[in-house]
Design a protein around this ligand. Structure first.
Ligand SMILES: Nc1ncnc2c1ncn2[C@@H]1O[C@H](COP(=O)(O)OP(=O)(O)OP(=O)(O)O)[C@@H](O)[C@H]1O
Ligand SMILES: [Mg+2]
Length: 295
């Protein structure tokens, strides 16, 4: 499959400028609840989201990935350890970090274009620079012909592409995505990977992407963080040294991608087995899904 997202792209606009930010988590722990009902979700966990790289975090279902996003976004604080952005502790939410959740939704009463322009307009920046960037993003996510359509007139995959453009127009220093393509059919998902990677490759701003899908992780990542079972910590870090732009057509035949896939599957299988022996239903489902994929 080839969406030609690179070839059809207009020249890069000056407004899609690069910034350089990093996030470092140092020995953090987090529990929910108190006393005998306390549940530890994160345990002595350290990792870095390096500047101008696409860091993907993969871990068993229910291991604590979204909790780590809550901590990075500043919606929650760690009980122990610290998280810094560019050397300064994260003490709360900020517009320098934008989180795109799986359940993010477009405003149904706005067209695709108006949805994308929502952020700049809310900030009183409805100017030619924002309009130029909106046009650029509409083109990059292949929705030029759907600019005046309402969300209910778009397919699920188109809606996700519009959501990506609506988030990216805000040019956050760090873009954080929590399983944004979960629930899409496989073909739509693969298209999303190419569109999203194309957007990332425009400016290579710091991106942090969380998933449970190995193929998605390897296709997208510059760096891959593999997490342990609950309470989570970093099990391994793999640099994905596969040149960009990557193509869905090619990645299946890429020897390095297949080698990494085997390594990641082994690690995740071990982690899923640990929670399976603990009786977690989510972990059992995860293990089952991966056993089927492994054939
Ligand atoms: N606010 C909360 N209060 C209590 N427990 C919570 C809270 N948020 C998460 N948990 C628990 O923490 C554990 C990890 O949840 P989390 O959503 O972080 O995992 P995840 O890795 O994102 O899972 P998934 O892959 O299914 O999205 C779960 O057992 C969950 O029930
Ligand atoms: Mg989650």
């Amino acid at each position: 499959m080839n969406t030609n997202t690179q070839d059809s792209a207009k020249p890069r606009t000056a407004s899609f400028a690069q910034s350089s930010s990093e996030i470092v988590a140092n020995n953090i722990s987090k529990s929910y609840g108190a006393g005998p009902f306390a549940k530890q979700v994160v345990s002595n966990c350290s990792f870095s989201i390096e500047s101008n790289k696409l860091t993907v975090m993969i871990g068993p279902s229910g291991c604590g990935k979204s909790t780590l996003i809550q901590l990075i976004a500043g919606f929650e604080s760690p009980d122990k350890g610290k998280i810094t952005m560019n050397g300064k502790p994260i003490t709360g939410p900020g517009k320098d970090r934008l989180v795109l959740f799986q359940e993010s939704a477009l405003f149904p009463w706005m067209t695709t274009y108006d949805n994308i322009m929502y952020g700049p307009r809310a900030r009183g920046e409805d100017n030619s620079e924002a309009a130029e960037l909106a046009e650029f993003l509409l083109n990059k996510v292949g929705l030029e012909a759907f600019r005046d359509k309402y969300p209910q007139q778009l397919s699920g995959g188109m809606q996700r592409r519009a959501e990506l453009a609506r988030a990216m127009i805000n040019k956050p220093e760090v873009m954080i995505l929590d399983e944004p393509f979960r629930g899409l059919d496989n073909m739509s998902k693969e298209l999303m990977w190419e569109y999203y990677a194309g957007l990332y490759e425009e400016d290579r701003n710091t991106n942090f992407f969380v998933t449970t899908d190995i193929d998605e992780a390897i296709f997208l990542a510059d760096r891959l963080l593999i997490m342990t079972n609950l309470p989570t910590s970093t099990r391994a870090v793999i640099e994905i040294d596969i040149p960009r732009p990557r193509r869905i057509d090619d990645i299946g035949n890429n020897a390095r991608a297949n080698e990494i896939k085997k390594e990641v599957m082994t690690l995740l299988h071990e982690e899923a087995m640990k929670s399976f022996s603990g009786g977690s239903k989510a972990a059992a489902d995860f293990l089952d899904a991966y056993s089927k994929r492994a054939g």
